[in-house]
Design a protein around this ligand. Sequence first.
Ligand SMILES: CC(C)(COP(=O)(O)OP(=O)(O)OC[C@H]1O[C@@H](n2cnc3c(N)ncnc32)[C@H](O)[C@@H]1OP(=O)(O)O)[C@@H](O)C(=O)NCCC(=O)NCCS
Length: 185
Amino acid sequence: MKHGKNFILGEYVIIKKPDLMDIGDNVRIADFCRISSACKIGDDCEIAPGTYIAGGDGEYTFDMGSFSSLAAGVKIWLSTNDYVNELVTHSVPEVKEIKGNVKMGKFTGIGTNSVVMPNNDIPEGVTIGALSFVPSNYKFEPWTVYAGQPIRPIKKRNKANIMRTLMKIGYIDENYIEKEALCAE
Ligand SMILES: CC(C)(COP(=O)(O)OP(=O)(O)OC[C@H]1O[C@@H](n2cnc3c(N)ncnc32)[C@H](O)[C@@H]1OP(=O)(O)O)[C@@H](O)C(=O)NCCC(=O)NCCS
């Protein structure tokens, strides 16, 4: 398993494919997590207790941008049985599954006990409330808070305050904010 500095790995964590884990600096994977997928985890990320990242057979990847979190009990699926069209079993090779990457941009967070289905690109600054369900192929807007089953947008995230915090810790400077403003024009 490749990881950067200050990596904290909790107790009773099961990592099925350590060769497919690429982890940045200052990351914590807490107790009782189970990870069987390929993962690319940025810097300053937290995976809280009892979180599962499953499926994808190493062919698909869970990608987590820096300064992001999965709260306790989150379930991320990179593959799932097709509950509408197929048998729901793992013992029959003919059964087709729904598969895809799950990507979280920088500064994102997923609330406790939420479920994320395959094939989702969660852009920068998005958070998802507790107990939410994220269906496959959901179309997100950056810097928006979503919640519900299935999720719906509920409000904008306080990007200005988050940028101030990132400036305080020296992660970004005035130039970053100016560049962002130009990009948004
Ligand atoms: C999503 C969240 C951030 C919103 O917080 P908030 O700003 O206080 O939300 P509000 O109370 O203004 O709610 C706005 C609307 O969203 C709904 N809502 C809020 N959280 C929701 C949730 N988790 N699931 C479904 N709906 C939710 C509210 O019922 C309300 O709906 P309405 O406008 O129809 O009345 C918060 O509720 C949440 O779920 N936080 C997750 C935190 C977490 O998991 N922490 C774990 C440890 S880090």
